[in-house]
Design a protein around this ligand. Structure first.
Ligand code: AMP
Length: 214
């Protein structure tokens, strides 16, 4: 099964995407994670992407489209993939449609997750990420057992640079301007579902499971 998860920053795409992709036995392709890995490597692409990410802006379409095409056609994506954070605007959705056509692939579910803006702000500003495995925690809502240390792999937890308040505001603005129009683009597509993601992690996950079961 191939799945798109989309929605505003902080809605829980990453948190839920890890769980859902493990359950479905498919790989999770989180565009933000792929970009952060490129930044860490210090590749040309990473250097180019970093300036946009630090400013809370979208990385140019040609960069992210190329990265996704490489990943969805790789051997480990044969059983299926879950896209988190891609596409993020209508031109990316159009590029994805053309690339799926070209490779004889299909998206079975497009799931839109939504939550009120006050909740997104709270979730983003308290978010902690494991430097080693990428698993997410929250200072108040889902704190790690030991401060600063990942429950899953004991890796170091950190706050993303772009989870600072001034960058969060910019990211939410970019979402409204560029990503929200995807709702119109996908709402009449086969396999489209809208999920209320304002609840507890376990409840949102149940709603997602229901959506993938159809
Ligand atoms: P995320 O981890 O999904 O919150 O993404 C972090 C940052 O990576 C975003 O604020 C953008 O700068 C960049 N990014 C992630 N996905 C995309 C995308 N599909 N298109 C362009 N930039 C992206």
């Amino acid at each position: 099964m191939n799945v798109i998860l989309f929605g505003p920053p902080g809605v829980g795409k990453g948190t839920q995407g890890v769980r859902l992709s493990e359950k479905l036995g498919i790989i999770q392709l989180a565009m933000g994670d792929l970009l952060r890995a490129a930044v860490k490597e210090g590749s040309d692409l990473g250097v180019k992407a970093k300036a946009f990410m630090d400013a809370g802006k979208l990385v140019p379409d040609d960069v992210v489209v190329g990265m996704i095409e490489e990943r969805i056609t790789a051997a480990d994506a044969k059983a299926g993939f879950l896209l988190d954070g891609f596409p993020r605007n209508v031109p990316q959705a159009e590029a994805l449609a053309a690339m799926l056509d070209k490779h004889g692939l299909k998206i079975e579910r497009v799931i839109f997750m939504d939550a009120p803006e006050s909740m997104l702000l709270e979730r983003l500003s308290g978010r902690l990420i494991c430097r080693a495995c990428g698993f997410g925690f929250h200072r108040h809502y889902s704190p790690p057992r030991e401060e600063g240390c990942c429950d899953r792999c004991s890796g170091e937890l950190y706050q993303r640079d772009d989870d600072r308040e001034e960058v969060i505001a910019q990211r939410l603005g970019v979402y409204q301007e560029q990503t929200q129009p995807l709702l119109d683009y996908y709402s009449s597509a086969d396999g489209f579902f809208k999920i209320d993601a304002a609840g507890e992690v376990a409840d949102v996950y149940k709603a997602l499971e229901k959506a993938v079961q159809g």
